[in-house]
Design a protein around this ligand. Structure first.
Ligand code: 13P
Ligand code: SF4
Length: 301
């Protein structure tokens, strides 16, 4: 074990800390984490943590979710500038304005949103549970879905319902094209294509499976296929390859890198534990309201 890994292990013990990492994190960060998962799995795990400190390796909205679910615990993020471009595409004020134009509508946010936006919502969803959660609304209920037009579009297609979609999107997944899938299929004709529902409709339609990152891990584990084409951020390839040594995983586009997900390094993770920084604090008034939307989701999924 390298000295930085040893230091992290020792600090985890001395601080009574648990390290959670998203599937897109750097391989070496995933390897020191106590738990690696998608947004839903990490939110669930954050409710079951028996530790004083949670170090969240991922982006800020995920650490905020962990802090909202654990008001009595200390949640740290190694680099507090790790944001999500999609989450920043709508503000609380913009959502309040939209809600004022649609009295009677329910506001639903993708978990990739700020705590301030969650606080304005009736329900939260992740890519791993969106269909199941959205099914619980009456078919004639007016829904405002923010901020991801693509996840919202995917669920509305699957359920045959119409939502008012906020025009947000993930700039990383926007770089994936149906042409890239067609070219990759020529090279690997036997590989099923998995894409994230944050991809545009033409890309989702060109794929075989539309799955959260946790869903991709489950699909790869359970499928008899020997190789897979993966249409999402390349960080997931580490976990897919580690968990499935007899199978091959090819990125549809190896340039799909989320710069914010790469901001957590072993060095700033160790510093975070050593110096107890940076603490993620959500103002109580916002946290209490945001927790209602997250709890409503966790109750269903
Ligand atoms: P998952 O919940 O599927 O891991 O997605 C999170 C995310 O940010 C995708 O871009
Ligand atoms: Fe946000 Fe996209 Fe990065 Fe996911 S991949 S954290 S949606 S910018």
């Amino acid at each position: 074990m390298s000295s930085i890994n040893e230091e992290i292990e020792a600090l985890k013990k001395s601080r009574n800390a648990v390290v959670l990492a998203h599937n897109y994190c750097r391989p070496e960060v995933q390897d020191v984490a106590d738990f690696t998962g998608d947004s839903l799995e990490l939110a669930r795990r954050a409710t079951q943590v028996d530790a004083d400190v949670i170090v969240f390796c991922g982006v800020y909205f995920m650490a905020e979710t962990a802090a909202i679910l654990n008001p009595s615990k200390m949640v740290l993020i190694p680099d507090a500038t790790a944001g999500c471009a999609m989450a920043d595409m709508i503000t609380g004020a913009q959502l309040r304005e939209l809600k004022a134009k649609h009295p009677g509508a329910k506001a639903v946010c993708y978990v990739n949103s700020t705590a301030e936006v969650k606080a304005e919502c009736d329900m939260c969803v992740t890519s791993g549970n969106a269909e199941k959660v959205m099914k619980t609304f009456a078919s004639d209920q007016e829904i405002l879905f923010v901020p991801d037009q693509h996840l919202g579009g995917h669920v509305s297609n699957m359920l045959g319902r119409t939502y008012e979609l906020w025009p947000g999107y993930c700039p990383v997944h926007a770089a994936l094209t149906a042409e890239a899938i067609a070219a990759a299929r020529k090279l690997h004709p036997n590989a099923p294509v998995m894409v994230h529902p944050e991809c545009a409709k033409a890309v989702r339609d060109a794929a075989d499976e539309r799955l959260s990152t946790g869903g991709m891990c489950a699909f790869a584990r359970e499928s008899d296929a020997k190789e897979f084409l993966v249409g999402t951020e390349v960080g997931i390839l580490h976990r897919l390859r580690k968990e499935n040594p007899g199978k091959a995983f090819w990125p549809v586009n190896d340039k799909l890198v989320c710069p914010d997900m790469k901001k957590t390094t072993l060095e700033n993770l160790a510093a975070s534990l050593r110096e107890i920084k940076t603490r993620v604090v959500v103002p109580e008034e916002i946290a209490v309201r945001a927790k209602r939307a997250i709890d409503a989701m966790l109750k269903i999924s």
